[in-house]
Ligand binder design. Structure first.
Ligand SMILES: NC(=O)c1ccc[n+]([C@@H]2O[C@H](COP(=O)([O-])OP(=O)(O)OC[C@H]3O[C@@H](n4cnc5c(N)ncnc54)[C@H](O)[C@@H]3O)[C@@H](O)[C@H]2O)c1
Length: 434
């Protein structure tokens, strides 16, 4: 099949630097944009803006390993759109990171930031490295060299990285320090998700998982589902999945299945999220947890639940496993976990999907609070942060839900309508330079 027939996008909009027959996650994003195009009205004139990242930087990251040899890693920073404000988005360390993936993740950040109306564009970064194979010293050297290399395009007013898969507060601290050293002054606002003692925000670590939980509750309320006793299956038990599971459990739900890169667990009476979090902190994964049954990875998708929370990587719910899924509401904690083909299957099965660009926006919302606090050097209480986070998430959810209802479209398309209109309105009002 030619790439022309797969996209309404003109063939010249498909980047020459990606494989034309398999655009990867960027292809998934382009299909989502094509779906929203008919709803953009006058703004559709600017739609090509969304299909072309503004700026892509690919860097070589050489470091000396502990054994004295030199290793090279490929690093990226993509700024998809900055019409509404500086670029904002996480940095991922993973051996399978690709340019297509970082491009798609940066675009989803543009959409997400506009959907919850925080004043940012979209960006994302990544390094093709398996951090589990590096010593702490090697990890620090990779982080510092990568930060120096992308230092020419990041900054508190230009593009603000944050944690993503396999990156954490320590890595943000090294990034902030490296950037600050190169600037000759401490610039706390260059990254978010920092340790509290270095200008981080209370509540940031839990923010994405908390946001997933808040929109899950909103979706349940509107569909008449009770959280008390609800069965929840979670894929990915890291920052997002682990916290979301804990909050669902605290609200009376049962965690019936959990999957991560080390295995899959099942327990119909409920897995204790607190005990599992401790096990993961000690061992690095859910595998080997004795208080639940280990099952085959493929069986995870067919476990009956009320909520399914994909919170690992993208392209996990596909045309292959979507037909087996038996749940009522999917709350996308991960970015891009559902392919467009799977989306259609889930829709036909009557499963409600709350899309990533709304469901996991809690992290960037509290990142925005962190950035504001850093600029003013005045820090808020955790209660203030959680209360403001919940308000932003509820308002964003309500606005998107209303559009879905009025236009009779999926919640994902509704979120894209709200967000893309905001981005393209900004594009139009700013005009083209020169
Ligand atoms: N951390 C944030 O604030 C944030 C914000 C928005 C979106 N997200 C998205 O949420 C997702 C998870 O991010 P995180 O910060 O929790 O990362 P994390 O590194 O803390 O956790 C990732 C989890 O995914 C699991 N995983 C990895 N490969 C897997 C596989 N093949 N099968 C099953 N599980 C696998 C890991 O075992 C781990 O439990 C990503 O898609 C990320 O982009 C994160």
């Amino acid at each position: 099949m030619s790439s022309q027939s797969k996209f309404e996008t003109s063939p010249e909009a498909l980047p020459s630097y990606l494989h034309q027959d398999d655009l990867g996650p960027w292809g998934n994003y382009l299909r989502q944009v094509d779906r929203v195009a008919p709803y953009l009205g006058a703004q559709s004139r600017w739609i090509e803006t969304l299909k072309r990242p503004k700026r892509i930087l690919i860097v070589d990251v050489p470091i000396e390993l502990d054994n004295g040899t030199v290793a090279h890693f490929e690093g990226y920073r993509v700024q998809h759109n900055v019409s509404r404000g500086p670029g904002k988005g996480g940095v991922r360390y993973h051996q399978d990171v690709t340019l297509s993936e970082v491009m798609a993740l940066s675009a989803w950040m543009s959409v997400k930031n506009a959907a919850v109306n925080v004043p940012y564009g979209g960006a994302k970064g990544g390094i093709r490295v398996d951090p589990r194979k590096l010593s702490r010293g090697e990890l620090e050297r990779v982080t510092r060299r990568y930060t120096s290399e992308i230092g020419i395009i990041i900054g508190p007013n230009t593009d603000i990285p944050a944690p993503d898969v396999n990156t954490n507060e320590q890595i943000m601290a090294w990034m902030m320090d490296t950037y600050s050293m190169n600037q000759g002054q401490t610039a706390t606002g260059v990254v978010t998700g920092k340790p509290i003692t270095l200008g981080g925000s209370l509540g940031r670590r839990e923010a994405t998982g908390r946001g997933v939980f808040v929109v899950g509750c909103e979706a349940a309320r509107r569909t008449g589902l009770s959280i008390e006793g609800a069965r929840v299956a979670v894929q990915g038990f890291g920052n997002v999945g682990g916290i979301a599971a804990r909050l669902f459990q605290e609200a009376g739900a049962k965690i019936v299945a959990v999957q991560d890169h080390t295995g899959t667990l099942h327990k119909s009476t409920g897995i204790d999220a607190g005990a599992l979090l401790e096990h993961v902190a000690k061992t690095g994964g859910v595998g080997g947890f004795r208080e639940a049954d280990a099952i085959a990875n493929d069986d995870f998708w067919s476990i009956e639940s009320d909520f399914l929370v994909p919170a690992a990587l993208e392209n996990q719910i596909t045309a292959n496993n979507a037909p087996n899924i038996r749940t009522k509401i999917i709350v996308e904690g991960a970015n891009g976990p559902t392919t467009t083909a799977a989306d259609d299957i889930l829709h036909d099965k009557g499963i409600l999907v709350i899309p990533d660009v709304v469901a996991n926006a809690g992290g960037v919302t509290v990142s925005y609070f962190e950035w504001v606090q850093d600029f003013s050097s005045f820090f808020w209480t955790e209660d203030e942060i959680n209360e403001r986070l919940e308000r932003v998430m509820r308002e964003a959810f309500a606005a998107v839900w209303q559009v879905a209802d009025e236009q009779k479209v999926s919640v994902r398309t509704a979120a894209f309508i709200v967000a893309c209109k905001r981005i393209l309105m900004a594009r139009e009002m700013r005009g083209l330079y020169p």
